[in-house]
Write a protein of this length. Sequence first.
Length: 329
Amino acid sequence: MSAIIGTSVQEAIHWLASGQPVALPTETVYGLAAPLDDVSCIKKIYALKQRPANNPLIVHVLGIEQLQQVAEVSPLAEKLVQHFWPGPLTLVLKRKEIVPDIVTAGQTTVAVRSPQNPLFREVIRTLGQPLVAPSANKFQHISPTSAQQVSQDMGDVLNYILNGGPCQFGLESTILSLLNNSPTLLRPGPISKEQLQDFLSMAIKDRDSAIHEDKPLLSPGLYKKHYSPKTPLYWIEKLESYQPTEAYRSIFEQNSAHVFLMPPNRTLQASEFVLSPQGDLQEAAAHLFSMLQHLDMLGFQSIWIEKAPNVGIGRAINDRLSRAAHFKV
Ligand code: TXA
Ligand code: MG
């Protein structure tokens, strides 16, 4: 099989209605979608991704009405939804019966978000029901931020990839648990912890501190190693001032790619790359996954990438890099 990449919502609907998962664009990363009520299509998502069955899926809805069909909506949830949806914020709430067990991995909670992408929204509207969608990559591979990247990773097992161009944010959504009325950040993302705290005027717990207090939550962050390029990835402080120790010198200097967050104040060499030519973190985030995938194909022996400042979306960049890196030196 070789997936067709196209821009026809009708074609996407055709495959979904005949029980086949389809890759759809969102503002974060591409998703591999199935209708909420089609358990056999949802099973195919797990099989095609080679995803373990204990890792639950996100339900994608148009807005609060569909949210109420699948989850118990607390006042805090409603407040967040009104401000941040549609957008890259996923809420973990108590589920309702209608949600198939396969979606929640048998848990009593469900993760829900409302995507911004107009093509994705048109598919939900036409089908008249929510869609479940994990990122459209094989298990532990990089999340795709373009239709071409979906095709490279999963084109051999899919029928159709709906092309919505490159993803605006390029990092998976922020996941916030609202269980027990105690907001906990399960996955940092495009909506930052600072933004959430400012808006709610309350402290947001981090996943790690929450784990110690409560029993472990099944969540993405619990896979310490989530995805990584095949080329050994070294995650370091500032590249420009980095002085490798004797043990690392030859690896750092020979046939290696060096990735800056922002442009250095000098001309780049052929082995040097910049995540944000304009010098802002948002742009760096949007380019991160496509850069790693691109460099992985160029035959370097190692990739060296620098840390982002740990604020705003920089936290999400560092979260993904800390899990992608083979070495922190
Ligand atoms: O931006 C996104 O969120 C993208 C696009 C396609 O919407 N989706 C995405 O899905 O990143 P996925 O499956 O790659 O990551 C969702 C993560 C999973 O790793 C899962 O552990 C977590 O969300 N999750 C799902 N349901 C959960 C729940 N009830 N409690 C805690 N975590 C949950
Ligand atoms: Mg994923």
